[in-house]
Design a protein around this ligand. Structure first.
Ligand code: TRP
Length: 468
């Protein structure tokens, strides 16, 4: 096979690929979503299942996505079409690319809304609004923001424009550099917060909640209302844990595939992937260890939902020395983490519009950004004018539904198809050639991608619908 190159350009080195993919992986998923779904799903056992999913489903599929992308060197839709042809498989495999573009739209639409909250918090913390505030005061600021659709729209618009601007310029010009400095800084700040959490006196409670598995909670979800606990049977925490493994590693929709298509040939896919997954996991766990002690020390509810970090971290910033400064910095970095993830949600669709419709990057980004913006309004209203029960379906708001559909159904399904394609349809020589790694490592990947990952996804799905 003659070596293909991407018309969109190439990362300048393996390190840049790692930074970009880590920038994509580390985002709101780690710091906002992981703590709140862990809280909603009972803690320890959920975390354990999540870690297991990262290891046996996430990492092999991530390797497969990078490998397919680098071999195809185009947008995920065209990569899947080209590789399917080359391997003698049906052209229907391009549907993997299409469903990925759709999942990217859906995720970005609400991702931008939450990133908008983080933007708003930069100014609230900087303005000293939380200095000395107690849990109730912090709560009031949060509901003041989320109850006001106009403000939310303004922040959502701003974040969307920021993301469109970067993608329009091409990834290399701006973000590559920014991510180099910002990711390490975010890490350091998380450790500062961890230090504060250790001083709250509830640190051990937080650790127990995160790391002491109570397997009953995987099947029952409990809620404490006015001091009495009520539990109901639920089949979905395992599915949520698996869905989150996909979400946090940016898998199942072509984001990592498109990043792989800009990867130089001759760099190790396996080593880069494992490193990215480890960094991503570390950020999530440190975030959890920083947040839950604050939750317990202040008598807050771990299962309080999407507002969790916005109702806990400001308490810490309000109480600790230099909190106004560190808090501002923290939310700035959270916005950057979200930003470097958002661009990877747009990139597959933009690359396709450039390749197939001849649009410039600027136009393509504008088209995608505006469409996504409109969909985001639904999520905004979920927190205020559409928050009532009459607007819910299966007990979920529009926002919850989109997140559930995209993260827990579309991403695992996309990942399953990617695993089947890379493991079963692609000729062994093709993947051996692209990975160019030690025989035993290749053998391990192959067992995981052919049997373990697809089976795990299928079993978890069947379990969630109550069949197994
Ligand atoms: N992984 C990012 C996070 O944890 C979100 C994200 C970026 C993503 N690109 C993606 C999720 C592609 C799913 C698919 O915040």
């Amino acid at each position: 096979m003659t070596e293909r190159t991407s018309i969109h350009g190439q990362w300048s080195s393996r390190l840049v690929f790692i930074l970009a993919a880590t920038g994509s992986a580390v985002g709101l998923g780690n710091i906002w979503k992981f703590p709140y779904i862990t809280g909603e799903n009972g803690g320890g056992a959920f975390v354990l299942v999540y870690l297991l999913c990262i290891a046996v489903v996430g990492i092999p599929i991530m390797m497969a996505e990078v490998m397919l992308g680098r071999r195809g060197r185009q947008s995920p839709i065209n990569t899947m079409t080209a590789l399917a042809k080359e391997e003698g498989a049906s052209s229907a495999w391009s549907l993997v690319g299409w469903s990925g573009v759709l999942a990217g739209f859906i995720i970005l639409s609400y991702y931008s809304v939450i990133a908008g909250w983080a933007l708003a918090y930069v100014f609230r913390v900087a303005g000293g609004l939380f200095n000395g505030a107690d849990a109730a005061g912090v709560q009031a600021v949060f509901t003041g923001l989320t109850g006001d659709p106009e403000r939310l729209i303004a922040w959502h618009t701003l974040f969307m424009l920021m993301s469109m601007a970067v993608v329009a310029r091409g990834v290399r010009a701006g973000l590559e550099k920014a991510v180099t400095y910002l990711m390490p800084a975010l890490f350091v700040l998380l450790f500062v917060l961890l230090g504060y959490a250790m001083s709250t006196g509830a640190f051990i409670d937080g650790l127990k909640f995160l790391f002491q598995p109570d397997f009953g909670k995987l099947f029952y979800v409990c809620e404490t209302v006015a001091g009495t606990e009520s539990c109901e049977l639920s089949g979905s925490p395992v599915l949520v844990a698996m869905g989150h493994a996909f979400f946090t590693l940016s898998l199942g929709m072509g984001a990592i595939m498109v990043y792989g298509s800009y990867m130089p040939k001759g760099t190790s896919i396996a080593r880069s992937t494992v490193l990215i997954a480890l960094l991503d996991t570390l950020v999530a766990l440190v975030a959890g260890m920083a947040i839950f002690p604050i939750v317990f020390a202040n008598g807050l509810e771990p299962g309080s939902g999407p507002g969790l970090i916005f109702q806990t971290l400001p308490i810490a910033f309000g109480a600790m020395p230099g909190g106004q400064f560190f808090g501002t910095l923290f939310f700035v970095l959270l916005v950057f983490a979200a930003w470097s993830s958002a661009i990877s949600l747009i990139e597959p669709a933009v690359a396709w519009l450039v390749e197939n419709r001849g649009l410039t990057r600027v136009r393509a980004s504008a088209v995608i950004g505006m469409t996504t913006w409109v969909l985001g309004l639904g999520s905004i209203f979920s927190f205020n004018i559409w928050s009532g029960d009459e607007y819910k379906l299966f007990g979920k708001t529009f926002f919850d539904l989109l997140d559930y559909l995209a993260a827990n159904i579309m991403l695992p399904l996309g990942g399953l198809l990617i695993a089947l394609f890379a493991g079963w349809l692609m000729k062994r020589e093709s993947s051996v050639d692209e990975f160019a790694m030690h025989a035993w490592r290749y053998g391990l990947w192959r067992v995981l991608i052919r049997y373990v990952s697809p089976l795990a996804v299928v079993v978890v799905f069947l379990n969630a619908v109550g069949i197994f």
